[in-house]
Ligand binder design. Sequence first.
Ligand code: ATP
Ligand code: MG
Length: 193
Amino acid sequence: MKKIGILGGTFNPPHIGHLWIAEEVRIRKQLDEIWFIPTSTPPHKETEVLDAAHRLEMLRLAIQDNPHFQVNALELEREGKSYTYDTVKELTMNYAEVDFSFIIGGDMVAYLPKWNRIDELMNMIHFIGVSRPGYRLETPYSVECLEIHPLDISSTFIRTRLEEGEKVRYLLPDDVMNYIKENRIYGYRESQS
Ligand code: ATP
Ligand code: MG
């Protein structure tokens, strides 16, 4: 059976923290592939999120040099809010021959009690929780916790730096950095290059 790890996220923008946890989990859990699934309207985000088309393109650029990484846009193709429950249901129905795991960072592990239909979801897919600075990998839910070397990087940190005119090089892949530059997103200014 093919083993695939899912990493859902806003990817606003994608950064090396995402790539780092994906590759660590893939190797340590001997997964065949990681599917990155960008959310359309994240249910738990109140702040405005960048256009899905930009996030999708940045994600494609971020993963392009890893043959085990793929982007799956099913949540963007669906109308309305993205709930992991619906995504996992769709994936397990469409790919009955695949053994899926759902990868989440420590902040999401802490947030699990608030997820839509979490008890049903727990019975539908295996969860793998990974370390994230500032969060403890503890939960009453059945999550396989993997201690990975923590990288204290978030999209929020990158957006804030860009808005403040600071450099973000090396926090995300060069191609993503160049995309932000070319499209003048997140308040990017020429002086930052
Ligand atoms: P934001 O600051 O906008 O919330 P983010 O950096 O948390 O962005 P998301 O797209 O929200 O990125 O995260 C997608 C998934 O990746 C989540 O499960 C999150 O916990 C995980 N993740 C992101 N960055 C890290 C990191 N540095 N270490 C561990 N997990 C991470
Ligand atoms: Mg987040």
